[in-house]
Design a protein around this ligand. Structure first.
Ligand code: HEM
Length: 406
């Protein structure tokens, strides 16, 4: 019924989600040791319910009170550096630790508004599309979806171009361990990537202490809130979180979005002819095929949701891709409608952990799709292959399209 690594599901999970929402909207899966939720109202209610659910449990429960198998799966003791940096990054904390770090980091983030990135990102996207138009073919993941987020993150963090590939490789290795079917080799690669990444960032922080720039690391060194500042370890941890969170999801958002447009010329023409606004198109593309499909929460008290009992110390899995296709909330959810409004998708989450990078991600996606649509009159799909073997990330390794100049 639920086999998230089958090629059928990886290719198109939405028919399975439709069946699950109807037949068993909340169900326990023994392989994942999670109770999964598929409906939009349950997913959003759990995301917003701080009394009963949390990304962390340590503010409410003792370690001995949670399921020990689950704890070892999520923070594998054999990969201690990886586990420590994930567990201590603010996406995995709850108040008061989360409040303090998120406030300091948000202050550092907003020093330069997201809008400041727009011209540079539009220029990068336009340059890539113009070059591809010369040959008439665009290798979407390699040449479009990957370099745009890299240009943004690099500018945000102030990292030199020669280090980008290395940083991406570390980031890929680290996020691989968020899934359930992690091999020892992947775990060891993630552990050594974390160690190397930490050593690299410690040096960058050290250099920035001596010589501040316009980047987020310098802002994190300078940021102060009621006399409170960030430690070096917090700056390194937050930098790793930002680089991972800011990169992987955006690459797949661009890739999945272009695949959806290549498969639906009528909708693409609405964007190309500016009948649909790029802002609403971006929201719809994020809803239609979200790059992040599943997030977990700890259960903090014995409770019940949608008629299913949940034990304190267990975990739930929230299926964002399913929530985004719930017909109770979205009319004709399987159709792409680039002018869809309202569009209460959960692709950026909800509640306390709502994506802190959402304004930046929107600027990136608007720059990418806007620059593309103003230059390209038509798209033809050539190759879409190499589904990422993950329930958390949804994306392709290869996507090639033929494009025709406007
Ligand atoms: C299309 C791109 C993106 C998507 C779909 C996305 C999605 C999300 C989601 C769903 C969450 C909440 C996770 C949860 O509730 O468990 C989140 C949190 C977060 N995101 Fe994003 N994100 C994107 C881009 C970015 C970018 C560009 C950055 C940074 C530059 C970023 C930084 C973060 C951080 C730091 C958090 C943790 C917030 C917290 O725990 O308070 N994200 N993101």
């Amino acid at each position: 019924m639920f086999d998230p690594y089958s090629s059928e599901f990886l290719d198109d999970p939405y028919p399975t989600y439709a069946r699950l929402r109807e037949e068993s909207p909340a169900f326990y899966d023994g392989t994942w040791e999670l109770t999964f939720f598929t409906r939009h109202d349950d997913v959003t209610a759990i995301l917003k319910d701080r009394d009963r659910f949390g990304r962390d449990f340590r503010h409410r429960l003792e370690p001995a009170e949670v399921d020990q198998d689950l704890y070892r799966r999520i923070y594998p003791p054999q990969w201690p550096t990886w586990a420590r940096y994930i567990r201590e990054s603010f996406i995995d904390l709850e108040p008061p630790r989360h409040t303090r770090l998120r406030r300091l980091v948000s202050k550092a983030f907003t020093r330069r508004s997201s809008e400041a990135f727009r011209p540079r990102l539009e220029g990068a996207a336009a340059g890539i599309v113009d070059k591809a138009l010369e040959s008439g073919t665009l290798d979407v993941i390699e040449d479009f979806a990957t370099p745009i987020p890299v240009a943004m993150i690099a500018e945000l963090m102030g990292l030199p171009a020669r280090d980008h590939q290395q940083v991406l490789d570390w980031s890929h290795a680290i996020v691989k361990v968020f899934d359930q079917n992690v091999s020892d080799a992947d775990g060891e690669a993630a552990e050594s990537a974390t160690k190397d990444f930490v050593a690299y960032l410690e040096e960058v922080v050290d250099m920035r202490r001596k010589n501040r720039g316009e980047d987020l690391i310098s802002s994190m060194i300078d940021v102060e809130d009621a006399g409170d500042t960030l430690t070096d370890e917090e700056i390194v941890g937050t930098s790793i979180l930002t680089l991972n969170a800011g990169h992987e999801a955006t690459v797949h958002a661009i890739g999945n979005g272009l695949l959806a447009l290549a498969r639906d010329d009528a909708q693409y023409q609405r964007l190309h002819q500016a009948e649909a606004r790029v802002e609403t198109a971006v929201d719809e593309l994020l809803r239609y095929d979200s790059p992040l499909q599943m997030f977990e929460r700890w259960v903090l008290v014995d409770t019940e949701v949608a008629g299913v009992r949940l034990a304190k110390g267990s975990k739930v899995g929230l299926l964002f891709g399913s929530a985004n296709h719930d017909p109770e909330v979205f009319g004709d959810p399987g159709s792409l409608d680039l002018a869809r409004q309202p569009n209460p998708h959960v692709s950026f989450g909800a509640g306390l952990h709502y994506c802190v990078g959402a304004p930046l991600a929107r600027v990136e996606l608007e720059a990418a799709f806007g620059s593309f649509a103003s230059r390209v009159a038509g798209i033809e799909l050539r190759e879409a292959s190499g589904r990422i073997h993950s329930l958390v990330f949804r994306g392709l390794e290869n996507l090639r399209v033929d494009i025709e100049a406007a």
